[in-house]
Design a protein around this ligand. Structure first.
Ligand SMILES: NC(=O)c1ccc[n+]([C@@H]2O[C@H](COP(=O)([O-])OP(=O)(O)OC[C@H]3O[C@@H](n4cnc5c(N)ncnc54)[C@H](OP(=O)(O)O)[C@@H]3O)[C@@H](O)[C@H]2O)c1
Length: 185
């Protein structure tokens, strides 16, 4: 019997994952201008989980986003996109274009983790958006690009009040997928 997660049989999902404030801000001065422990836990849970326990998922991120995180995240393949062909980072795969990052990705699911330029490039081939809506309007210098109009909300995941730490913003996660009219009829 064929492996149901063989790449030839099971095309790998490509998911854009981001936390976005009400005014579209995703970053300021190289950092995310809020802290949400709940959202970070959700990010870890979603990006680590695989159907096949022998596999990991891939995170694709720009060099500046990698620097804001500071280290490769455990149990996930990290691909860092940079134009600097001399740069190597221990524990990461380096790619010199977004297309190269997609070719190098070995993961069961590919998560496109930002920042703005990487999201923009990723939107051409993405299957799903997982967007944490953050109830803030902070100052910022990096914004989430406009989502293609053919994507519609298909689900949501809400934070329980007890999961929100003091001083942290309210958040919920929205899922958006590309619905092809008439496919299910
Ligand atoms: N809220 C969120 O969910 C979220 C998620 C991610 C990031 N962020 C925030 O967003 C900010 C960082 O985003 P950003 O847009 O400034 O930077 P970024 O996309 O993380 O990184 C930009 C860098 O990636 C490389 N790069 C981008 N496109 C490339 C391409 N097509 N080919 C080759 N290399 C490419 C270049 O690296 P080199 O300069 O090395 O050539 C470029 O300077 C930070 O504030 C971060 O905290 C927020």
């Amino acid at each position: 019997m064929s492996d149901p997660y063989d790449e030839d049989v099971w095309p790998r999902p490509v998911i854009i994952i981001a936390a976005v404030a009400k005014n579209g801000v995703i970053g300021k001065d190289g950092k995310i201008p809020w802290k949400s422990s709940w959202d970070w836990q959700q990010f870890k849970r979603v990006t680590t989980a695989t159907h096949d326990r022998r596999k990991m998922n891939t995170l694709i991120m720009g060099r500046r986003t990698f620097e804001s995180i500071g280290k490769p995240l455990p149990n996930r393949e990290t691909i860092v996109v940079t134009r600097n062909t001399g740069l190597t980072i221990e524990g990461c795969v380096m790619a010199h274009s977004f297309q190269e990052a997609m070719r190098l990705a070995n993961g069961e699911t590919i998560f496109i983790c930002g920042g703005a330029e990487i999201y923009r490039e990723g939107m051409r081939n993405v299957d799903k958006f997982l967007i944490t809506r953050v109830d803030l309007e902070p100052e910022g210098d990096t914004f989430f690009p406009e989502m293609p109009s053919e994507f519609s909300p298909t689900g949501s995941h809400h934070q329980r009040p007890e999961d929100r730490k003091d001083g942290e913003p309210a958040c919920y996660i929205m899922e958006y997928e590309h619905l092809i009219p008439g496919l299910d009829t």
